[in-house]
Design a protein around this ligand. Structure first.
Ligand SMILES: Cc1cc2nc3c(=O)[nH]c(=O)nc-3n(C[C@H](O)[C@H](O)[C@H](O)COP(=O)(O)O)c2cc1C
Length: 339
């Protein structure tokens, strides 16, 4: 048994959550994770209401179990909250905004019996989200892949957030790749672990195959915490793997935006309805399987957990493996210490 308050809140079997990764965690991945007993979020950053509806409908063909949608606040389009409130989903995660500005949206979703989770990078933001009426907090540490809200590591952040929010259910994100990471954050006070980079390479993820290969081959030290990929979303820190674009920029002495090598060059062509993001070098959009052409100008988002991500597997196998490992760590390493 690994039954926690998050299992109760979301109606799931295992406290294993796949992150809502914009553009790469879509219906296939979220559906597979939820069907396996975890909880899958779809990263719908920048999607139109119609595109979100279609993605949820596609996930619903894969699983009847609870699924969720992740909304990046800087990319929220008009009508999205109203659409999402009508959809057959169990939870919404918000990221990157002031919780007090979204009290009405939180209430609207909760009135529709959708649980609202706020991903944050500090205990202060977690407290503000709790005050704004959310159902749970997701604490994201500095090790995380993708956009990184705060500057505190997961191991320092999770207990501080737990102290700040009392009994409110808590998920921990950033640096987790296996059952050892899950057991560790449960010990720190979290009720579930959120895995981004680990599921990024799952068979069902929509990440481009070359991007998956790079994540599998990378070590934590190959990642960079930066604001480099700023076209479409300036001044927002993120963690990426050093690729040819990062190396060329570093060789050029890390020049500022507007003066970087190859600035403005095209970086592949995206073919998917409902999303409008300019695909040029230094664009915020990740390399997905629906981008054609040279992807080396795009952001290879990944967390430090990439050191522990060594193979592509079906998402259901990843869920089962993390659960088995966490149970073994608790039973074989932690429990004997109490005797
Ligand atoms: C490719 C990628 C895309 C991401 N996109 C989003 C997003 O759209 N919304 C969001 O809230 N978090 C996003 N994140 C961050 C995740 O929610 C989560 O915090 C992170 O993946 C946890 O760290 P890990 O990658 O070490 O597991 C993204 C992460 C990655 C790796």
């Amino acid at each position: 048994m690994l039954h926690t308050a998050i299992c109760e809140l979301l109606g799931i079997e295992l406290p294993i959550v796949s992150a809502g990764m914009g553009g790469v965690a879509l219906s296939n991945l979220a559906g597979a994770v939820s069907e396996a007993g975890g909880f899958g979020f779809m990263g719908t950053a920048g999607f139109s209401p119609a595109a979100i509806h279609n993605e949820i409908a596609a996930a619903r063909k894969i699983t009847g179990k609870p699924i969720g949608v992740n909304l990046l606040i800087p990319f929220l389009r008009p009508g999205v909250i109203e659409t999402v409130a009508e959809e057959p989903i169990a939870a919404v995660t918000f990221f990157w905004g002031a919780p007090s500005d979204y009290i009405a949206s939180i209430r609207r979703l909760r009135d529709a019996r959708i649980k609202v989770i706020w991903q944050c990078g500090s205990a202060i933001e977690a407290r503000a989200a709790a005050d704004a009426g959310v159902d749970a907090i997701m604490a994201q540490g500095l090790e995380a892949g993708g956009h990184v809200r705060g500057t505190t590591t997961t191991v320092a952040l999770v207990p501080a957030v737990r102290d700040a929010i009392g009994d409110l259910p808590l998920l921990a994100a950033g640096g987790l790749a296996d059952g050892r990471g899950l057991a560790a954050v449960l010990a720190l006070g979290a009720d579930a672990g959120v895995f981004g980079t680990r599921f990024l390479v799952a068979n069902e993820s929509a990440a481009h195959r070359e991007y998956k290969r790079a994540v599998i081959g990378a070590q934590a030290g190959d990642t960079l915490h930066t604001t480099l990929y700023d076209i479409g979303w300036p001044d927002a820190a993120h963690r990426v793997i050093r690729n040819a674009t990062v190396e060329a920029w570093e060789c050029a002495g890390r020049p500022p935006s507007g003066k970087r090598p190859g600035e403005g060059e095209p970086a592949g062509a995206m073919r998917r309805s409902g999303i409008e993001v300019p695909l040029v070098r230094y664009s915020v959009f990740p390399p997905t399987e629906y981008i054609e052409g040279d992807i080396s100008g795009l952001a290879f988002y990944a967390g430090q957990s990439c050191s522990l991500v060594t193979e592509a597997r079906p998402a259901a196998e990843i869920v089962r493996q993390i659960a088995e490992e966490a149970r073994a760590v608790i039973a074989n390493r932690l429990d004997p210490l109490t005797r």
